[in-house]
Design a protein around this ligand. Structure first.
Ligand SMILES: [Zn+2]
Length: 469
């Protein structure tokens, strides 16, 4: 696999520190509101990256932090006279629901900032011991002129650094390179923790250094985020982590470009601001949104329009139509070696395109040719059963990356469930256990939980996410 490394500004072969195993840190949400479609552009792309790595045979350990203490959260808690937990809990729940809606695979862990204060203080302590910090008015700052490579990721020229000037905000502009806060002294009304530097709370950047290194080690392979994260967030993460450990922090940095709406920056004041929930409430299919977000190369700005969303939905129908034909086809027994070879070549093309810095348009071109070939073979009545089965397997494997090609299973209606349960009872009476197992598995895949009672079999729908429903 080749990928574009922001750090070197070149395409590089991916060579994980531990062969075959990619350790990936993806900056997660700050949970003071619902995530918007610009955030989901990044999260869907990171899901594509994760799934592609697995498709190419890598093992992936992915960590995504939940930032549950930060300036905006505190401002909201103070405005609502609520605790930060009262502000963040509903949005943490909503975030995981949104991941499921967009078929984003779960990372291996989702650490929360408030549960890693001790790890943050250890880093701050190490930085202090190495002379990279100073204290002022109860806060601890990182001294950027004491870290000679500061600015390497974001290409800041040394002259842009405002030596000795300080910034307390978690987010600030690119031309505002100053000593940044590691630990903020306590302010009235803000949550705080005890520390060797006095009572206070962590700066946002310190959170990600602590959580990434705790779960992935002091040096790991891949760190991603949106382009907005390059400066100051990722620049500061590098300074803190390498400053504390003396080891290289991350080998490859990758960043997704912005999402625009109708060619403009998304903003609440312009009325072009959408959360995932806004789009679902308007009746749009989240599967089409995922497909649209996937299909623009991650380093190109994505222009979201409702026309583009409709086109994405239309393209998905081509896959749905093909899968519907598979279900209806009464194929002749046997195999068409020439068709199999063509299909294999196209899968290889998809694999190679994705391995080339996630070239989604190359992959999509090959995928559509595969769909056309399949339709043409079906039109001619020349897709024998073994080739058909291989094709379906191949598409399922490719869908391991896309997550949207195979049509979602339609939810069974209650009478259909009742009928299946009755069929299963009859199958068992007839000692047709193969059939009864098939029905049991089908019901399980729909989240239907069966309970044997003295009055017969009862059923209910499992709670999504808890019982594998
Ligand atoms: Zn981060």
């Amino acid at each position: 696999m080749r990928l574009f490394n922001t750090l070197t500004r070149t395409l590089e072969p991916l060579e994980p520190l531990e062969p075959g195993h990619v350790r990936l840190y993806t900056c997660g949400p700050t949970v003071y509101d619902f995530a918007h479609i610009g955030n989901f552009r990044t999260y869907v792309w990171e899901d594509l990256l994760r799934r592609t790595l697995k498709f190419l045979g890598f093992r992936v350990t992915q960590v995504m932090n939940i930032t549950d203490i930060e300036d905006k959260i505190i401002a909201k808690a103070m405005a609502q006279q609520a605790t930060i937990g009262e502000v963040t809990e509903p949005f943490i729940r909503a975030f995981f629901e949104d991941l499921d809606t967009l078929r984003i695979e779960r990372a291996e862990s989702y650490p929360r900032a408030t549960e890693h204060i001790a790890e943050m203080l250890t880093i701050a302590d190490d930085l202090k011991a190495k002379g990279l910090t100073y204290e002022s008015e109860g806060s601890l700052y990182f001294r950027i002129d004491a870290f000679p490579t500061y600015g390497r990721l974001s290409n800041l020229e040394k002259r842009e650094l405002k030596v000795g000037a300080r910034v307390d905000n978690d987010e600030y502009e690119k031309d505002d390179a100053r000593d940044f806060v590691l630990w903020k002294g306590h302010r009235e009304g803000e949550p705080s923790w005890d520390s060797p530097f006095g009572e206070g709370r962590p700066g946002w950047h310190l959170e990600c250094s602590a959580m990434s290194m705790k779960y992935l080690g002091p040096s790991f392979d891949l760190h991603t985020g949106g382009v907005d994260n390059i400066f100051p967030h990722h620049e500061n993460e590098i300074a803190q982590s390498e400053g504390a450990t003396g080891k290289p922090f991350v080998k490859y940095w990758m960043h997704a470009a912005h999402l625009m709406v109708d060619g403009e920056k998304m903003s609440k004041s312009k009325g072009n601001f959408y959360t995932l929930r806004d789009l679902v409430a308007k009746g749009h299919d989240p599967r089409a949104l995922r497909y649209l977000l996937l299909n623009t190369h991650y380093r190109t700005p994505l222009n979201f329009t409702f026309d583009a969303l409709a086109r994405a939905a239309g393209e998905l129908q081509r896959f749905d139509a093909l899968f519907a034909r598979f279900a209806e086809t009464r194929a002749a027994v046997g195999r068409d070696a020439a068709f199999d070879a063509k299909a294999e070549a196209m899968e290889l093309e998809i694999r190679e395109a994705l391995a080339d810095d996630l070239n989604v348009s190359g992959a999509q071109g090959a995928l559509f040719r595969l769909v056309r070939e399949a339709n043409a073979a079906l039109d001619r009545g020349e897709l024998p059963s073994d080739s058909l089965a291989s094709l379906q397997e191949r598409l399922a494997c490719i869908d391991g990356v896309y997550g949207v090609i195979a049509p979602g299973e339609k939810a069974l209606l209650d009478p259909e469930v009742d009928a299946l349960i009755e069929q299963r009872v009859q199958a068992r009476k007839a000692k047709n256990f193969k059939e009864s197992d098939r029905i049991r598995d089908l019901l399980a895949s729909q989240g239907i939980v069966l309970e044997d009672t003295p009055q017969g079999v009862r059923w209910r729908r499992a709670v999504a996410g808890r019982e594998g429903g």
